[in-house]
Design a protein around this ligand. Structure first.
Ligand SMILES: [Zn+2]
Length: 206
């Protein structure tokens, strides 16, 4: 006999969503505020389930096609006491950046929407933020280091900004062929999906 715990329930109803890739116009849109009418639990669980599958540290709602101001951070893949990387997990609703330190640092970033590209990005080392948690409690905090880094990367997604936009013009030019490849792979995939869908429609209607 197996007892049904919250964990085993989560395993049965795990919801991994497909991640939109570079080239999708949705990634370039400005997301709208989450309201109390939105299903925050579902958005949070979808984002956490998807991020855990890919071993990433952050995922924003627009990356899975939900144009709402929400994202998750889960630093467990980076957890390393010797490097001072702590474990941290949070679901952020309607986040704001209230202040950014003038000190900026470079750090290599990647993004699930831009696979296999990792580049040094310059960002503020410390930030003061405000956000709502899943129960709509307003929280003010100060982040620095890796947490500040991930927060700023995910926040950009809500504004339709990708980390490659923060690279120099020269660096972006250097990445053009890799980026085109991601865009075209995505196009080929949706083309195949379209063909299969039409074929299925033809078979079921015929
Ligand atoms: Zn990203």
């Amino acid at each position: 006999m197996v007892f049904v715990t919250k964990n085993s329930l989560r395993k049965i109803f795990i919801m991994i969503l497909p991640i939109l890739k570079y080239g999708s116009h949705i990634l370039r849109k400005h997301s709208i505020a989450v309201t109390k009418e939105d299903n925050r639990i579902q958005i949070s669980e979808n984002l956490f389930d998807t991020i855990k599958k890919d071993g990433a540290c952050g995922l924003a709602a627009p990356q899975v096609g939900i144009l709402k101001r929400a994202f998750v951070i889960d630093t467990s893949p980076l957890f390393d006491e010797s490097k001072g990387f702590e474990k941290y997990e949070q679901f952020f609703i309607n986040p704001e950046i209230l202040w950014q330190s003038p000190e900026e640092v470079y750090f290599k970033e990647g993004c699930l929407s831009i696979p296999d590209i990792y580049e040094d990005v310059l960002r503020a080392d410390k930030i003061r933020i405000r956000y709502s948690d899943i129960n709509f409690n307003t929280i003010d905090e100060e982040f620095e280091g890796i947490k500040a880094r991930i927060f700023q990367h995910e926040y950009d997604h809500l504004e339709g900004i990708l980390f490659i936009d923060r690279l120099s013009r020269l660096r972006r030019k250097f990445l053009t062929s890799k980026l085109d490849k991601i865009k075209n792979t995505k196009n080929i995939k949706s083309w195949i999906k379209n063909i299969l869908f039409k074929r299925l429609n033809f078979l079921t209607s015929g």
